[in-house]
Design a binder for this molecule. Structure first.
Ligand SMILES: [Fe+2]
Ligand SMILES: [Fe+2]
Length: 271
């Protein structure tokens, strides 16, 4: 893993991006998106269609009139929220193979979607584009999937599968960098790169330091709220990155209130 020798294999087992991902990602980043193309994509995907309609009929919408069509659901929820559900459902599909990811895959999805909503919320004040922040939040730990998958397939590479603690160590060391590798392999927009690669060290980002700072803050907050990860006693108010993003006591108090709703949303996307 550390040598990178696996990259030379003829069947480098990188996780496969779902077929519709390119289309959904470009739609998610399109500033002038209309309702019609969104409805068209959702209509082709029964899982996505069910989630969007359920969400439109859930606590997230104010009206009591039952919604049965995708078109109505998109209008009720708004294109912004619907696009977050589309990208998270689509990219969650990456980690759903129970043979490979098991319980880890489900936690990975909840943590990623929770982080994505946090990035979405803090982006605007930081001068970042919220739909783009949602995407890099969603992808911030994607490198972990590659580490898990390679470890699972260790025999194929003629090596002994790593012990749990070694796996965790390599994952910690390499996942951010490997996330950048996956983004390039998948041909996702280069402007998402820095936010993923430097989400633990935003000060090292060259092209997009502000995006990296937003992703760092979103991930730290996801840990503060225990979004499918260990809760820590991290204090955002003493962190220089939070100060740079002008996330003060009021802003953090607001996020503290919104966090449980976001986590519920993250879980709805998965189930
Ligand atoms: Fe991470
Ligand atoms: Fe994370």
């Amino acid at each position: 893993m550390r040598s990178g020798a696996w990259k030379d294999g003829t069947d480098t087992a990188i996780p496969m991006l779902p077929a519709s991902a390119q289309e959904i990602v470009s739609l998610a980043l399109d500033p002038e998106v209309a309702v019609a193309p969104i409805v068209a994509i959702i209509s082709r995907d029964p899982v996505l269609a069910t989630r969007v309609i359920q969400l439109a009929n859930s606590a997230f919408s104010a009206s009591s009139k039952e919604i049965a069509s995708i078109n109505e659901a998109v209008v009720r929820l708004g294109t912004g929220l619907v696009r977050t559900v589309m990208t998270s459902t689509c990219l969650s599909a990456l980690a759903t193979d129970p043979q490979i990811y098991g319980r880890r895959g489900r936690d990975y999805i909840d943590h990623s979607v929770g982080t994505a909503y946090l990035a979405w919320l803090i982006a605007e004040n930081a001068g970042e584009h919220p739909p783009e922040a949602f995407l890099y939040g969603l992808l911030h730990d994607v490198g972990k999937l590659l580490v898990i998958k390679l470890a699972r397939q260790a025999e194929r590479y003629g090596v002994v599968p790593p012990a749990e603690e070694d796996l965790v160590e390599v994952m910690g060391e390499q996942h951010a960098e490997l996330g950048g590798y996956l983004l390039r392999q998948w041909g996702l927009p280069a402007r998402l790169h820095d936010a993923v690669v430097f989400h633990h060290a935003p000060e090292q980002a060259v092209d997009r330091p502000q995006a990296a700072a937003v992703n760092y803050a979103a991930n730290r907050l996801a840990h503060r709220y225990g979004f499918a990860c260990l809760m820590d006693d991290f204090d955002p108010l003493t962190d220089p990155v939070f100060q740079k993003l002008r996330l003060d006591a009021n802003a953090v108090a607001r996020l503290d209130l919104q966090a449980p709703v976001l986590f519920e949303l993250a879980r709805k996307v998965r189930h």
